[in-house]
Design a protein around this ligand. Structure first.
Ligand SMILES: [Fe+2]
Length: 451
C-alpha cells in the first residue's frame, strides 16, 4: 500500500504527531527519498581528508558515499559504486586511494573526482557503446557539494537553496565553534565514537532540545556525580558536566530555544562573560584568543553560551565542547550516531583534552549519561509499536512561541517548539512536489547533458 499525500499530511498536527512516523518502514523509505534525497547533509570535515587521495566513507540517508581530496585540493563527494558491476569501490572507513581509485573487482580505475580513467583489455569494448567520456562509465558525483568553514555538506538534489541559505540561523553555531580557534580553524582528531541506537532517527533530534527530560532521565548519573563529589570534597569537570542535568526546572525554563526553517535550531543560555576566566583551561584559552583578537572579542567568543544545535538531517554540533554528533538513519528502528571531537587549531592543548573528557563522559558508548537517553529512545520505539495509543504529544507551550524575522523563539525554555518546528519541516519535505526519485532522474539527465 502506498502512502497518499492526504495520509502523509494527516500525520502531523500542530500539537501532536502520529506514532507511525517512528515505526512504519514505508515512511522511512520515503524519508530517504524526500528528506535525505533533497536536503544538504553533513558528510564530514575537510580535516578528515587532509592529503591528495585521502577518502572518508559515510552515508547520506540510505546511500553509501565517500568524500575524497583530489590533487587540486578540491573535495568531492561520490557514490561508492563502480559503474561496471556496481561494486563498492572502497571498503567502509578512512584511507588513501593514492592517485586514483581502483575497483577491487575488475580493476576499472577512476580519477579522484570520479571520472573514468581506464579499464583493462580495452579491445573487448570495440564496437560497443563503451565510452570513457560518458558519465555512465564514471563513479557518479552527488549533485551538489559545498563546504562551510571546513564542514562539507552534499545534496542529492540539483536544485534548491545553497548551503548557507539552508543552514540559516544555525550557521552561527559552526562560526562560533571555529572562532574558538585563534586561527579560526578546527580539525577532527582522535578518531570517532559510534553508538548504535535501536530507535528511529527523529527521536534523537527531538531529545537534543528536550529540556524537560534531563533531570528525570539522567537522575542516576546526577545522583552518582553528587555522591562522588561529596565523598572527594570537590566537583571536578568530569562530575560537573554530569551534575548539570540535575538543574531544577526553573533553570531550564530560562534557556532560550530558537527554531529555524528546515527543522534547525539551537538552545542557548544568557551570554556568560565569566566563561572566559572561570578555570585555568578557560583562562589559557582566553589568553590565546585575546592575543589575536583582543580581550573584548575573545570574551564575546567564549561567552556565547550555546548548548546543542540541531542541523536537521545531519546531527548536532556542540560549540562549547567542540563535538559534532552525526546522526545516520539505518532503518526505521535503527540509528547510528557518530561522535566527532574537534581540536581548535592554535588553542592550548588542554582545551582539546577537555573536549575529549566531555566526549568520554557525556557522549561515548561508555558514558554514564548517553545510555540513559539510548534506553528511553528504545522504550519510545517499543511503546509506539504497541496498540496503546496513536499520537505523540507536542503540546507544551504551544501557541506561545514568538515569530522572528527568520524563525521562532520560545517564551519558556521547556517549550516543545523545537519538536513542532522539526515536524513542520518534516511535513514540508514529505509533501513536497517532485520526490527525490524524480529529482534523481532529473539529475541523471543533467549529468548526461553536461557530459
Ligand atoms: Fe538526555
Amino acid at each position: 500500500m502506498t502512502l497518499s499525500t492526504e495520509t502523509l499530511a494527516g500525520l502531523v498536527r500542530p500539537d501532536s504527531v502520529h506514532k507511525s512516523v517512528y515505526t512504519d518502514p514505508r515512511i522511512f523509505e520515503l524519508e530517504m527519498q524526500r528528506i535525505y534525497g533533497q536536503a544538504w547533509i553533513y558528510v564530514g570535515h575537510e580535516s578528515q581528508v587532509p592529503a591528495t587521495g585521502d577518502y572518508h566513507t559515510t552515508r547520506i540517508g540510505d546511500q553509501d558515499v565517500l568524500m575524497v581530496r583530489a590533487a587540486d585540493g578540491q573535495v568531492h563527494v561520490l557514490y561508492n559504486r563502480c559503474p561496471h558491476k556496481g561494486a563498492q569501490v572502497v571498503a567502509e572507513g578512512d584511507g588513501c586511494a593514492g592517485k586514483f581509485f581502483r575497483c577491487p573487482y575488475h580493476a576499472w580505475t577512476f580519477k579522484l573526482d570520479g571520472t573514468h580513467l581506464a579499464a583493462p583489455m580495452k579491445k573487448g569494448f570495440e564496437g560497443t557503446c563503451y565510452d570513457p567520456a560518458h558519465p555512465d562509465f564514471s563513479m557518479r558525483r552527488l549533485a551538489r557539494v559545498e563546504s562551510y568553514r571546513g564542514f562539507v555538506f552534499a545534496s542529492q538534489a540539483a536544485d534548491g537553496p545553497d548551503l548557507k541559505a539552508f543552514l540559516g540561523g544555525v550557521a552561527t553555531s559552526i562560526d562560533n565553534l571555529c572562532d574558538r580557534s585563534p586561527v579560526g580553524e578546527v580539525e577532527v582528531t582522535g578518531g570517532v565514537f559510534r553508538v548504535l541506537q535501536e530507535s528511529n532517527w527523529k527521536v534523537f533530534y527531538e531529545n537534543l532540545h528536550d529540556t524537560m527530560h534531563a533531570r528525570v532521565t539522567h537522575e542516576s548519573s546526577v545522583v552518582a556525580a553528587r555522591e562522588e563529589a561529596k565523598e572527594i570534597g570537590e566537583m571536578p569537570f568530569e562530575l560537573l558536566i554530569m551534575d548539570g542535568n540535575g538543574e531544577p526546572y526553573e533553570f531550564w525554563e530560562k534557556l532560550e530555544l530558537r527554531a529555524y526553517p528546515n527543522g534547525h535550531g539551537y538552545m542557548e543560555g544568557i551570554f556568560d562573560p565569566a566563561a572566559a576566566t572561570r578555570d585555568p583551561v578557560s583562562r589559557a584559552h582566553f589568553e590565546a584568543l585575546s592575543q589575536v583578537h583582543g580581550e573584548e572579542r575573545a570574551r564575546a567568543i567564549l561567552g556565547m553560551n550555546r548548548h546543542n544545535t540541531v542541523i536537521y538531517g545531519s546531527g548536532s554540533p556542540h560549540t562549547v565542547f567542540q563535538q559534532f554528533r552525526v546522526i545516520r538513519p539505518l532503518a526505521v528502528n535503527r540509528t547510528m550516531v557518530e561522535i566527532q571531537v574537534f581540536r581548535l587549531k592554535g588553542a592550548p592543548e588542554q582545551v582539546f583534552d577537555r573536549a575529549l573528557t566531555y566526549a568520554n563522559v557525556i557522549n561515548s558508548p561508555s558514558s554514564n549519561v548517553m545510555p540513559d537517553d539510548v534506553e528511553v529512545y528504545r522504550r519510545c520505539q517499543e511503546g509506539n509499536g504497541t496498540r496503546g495509543g496513536e499520537w505523540v504529544s507536542l503540546h507544551r507551550y504551544l501557541g506561545t512561541d514568538k515569530a522572528l524575522d527568520e524563525g521562532w523563539v520560545s517564551t519558556n525554555g521547556t517549550s516543545e517548539l523545537p519538536m513542532r518546528n522539526q515536524f513542520a519541516a518534516w511535513r514540508d519535505y514529505m509533501l513536497a512536489e517532485g520526490s527525490a526519485a524524480q529529482a534523481g532522474a532529473k539529475n541523471e539527465e543533467k549529468n548526461h547533458a553536461a557530459a
